[in-house]
Design a protein around this ligand. Sequence first.
Ligand code: ADP
Ligand code: ADP
Length: 227
Amino acid sequence: MIIEARELSKIYGSGESRVVALDKADLKIGQGDFLSITGPSGSGKSTLLHLLSGLDRPTSGLLSYGGRDIYSFHDKELSAFRRRRIGFIFQQFNLLPVLTARENIIMPLLLDKKQPDEAYLRKLTELLGIQKRLNHLPHELSGGQQQRVAIARALAAQPDIIFADEPTGNLDSKSGGEVMELLCNIRRELDKTLVVITHDIRIAKMADRQFVIVDGILSETGSGVEV
Ligand code: ADP
Ligand code: ADP
């Protein structure tokens, strides 16, 4: 599914407190693309991620998924679209502490009244190396394991695209590197589109297409192949 953003802008406040958080961003993402977006704090990364994933709406501009203008959806339609087609990974693992790893992973499916596809879940948890941890509670897992559970949860509903916001931000550099390797492998294996926001230049360079955002202005800086 091709995702296309045209002249996406987000302006907060007005008068003295007016901030152009995102300034006419154009972006075309192909099926299976792996993008990274870096930039200083306050440059507009979260704003862009929220707009691209339909968590928020722009001040102006268009966003289409497979030719469908998703900002024309009502809030309910938009959240159903997100639930089914988009997976999210955050810096905070956001696992529910009273549920086991498996229960956390299948929670999005249950909320959508869907039966888990056991063969797919097995493949997913094996790729992530957490098949022996499924009955553990989050506090019984290391940070890296918790993030791997969160990755499985993001993929449980078989979305087309994954948005990851500082996925290694809460991990030491070794387990952060391992989590990113797994995320890259699983993306390749399952042919998912992946958009990663990161401060970590090493992680940004793993992507096939690298973008930088400065003062709300997005530009493509290169591809992993050249570096
Ligand atoms: P980043 O994720 O790169 O740190 P953000 O997208 O969070 O940047 O923020 C971009 C700019 O927009 C910053 O100047 C920030 O202060 C401003 N901003 C973000 N969210 C809001 C908001 N809800 N209200 C007002 N200003 C905001
Ligand atoms: P930041 O990138 O600004 O440091 P986070 O990535 O933690 O902050 O969260 C930014 C926003 O993303 C939140 O305000 C919320 O709207 C949304 N968000 C965070 N976690 C989730 C979640 N598990 N599901 C849906 N939306 C979330």
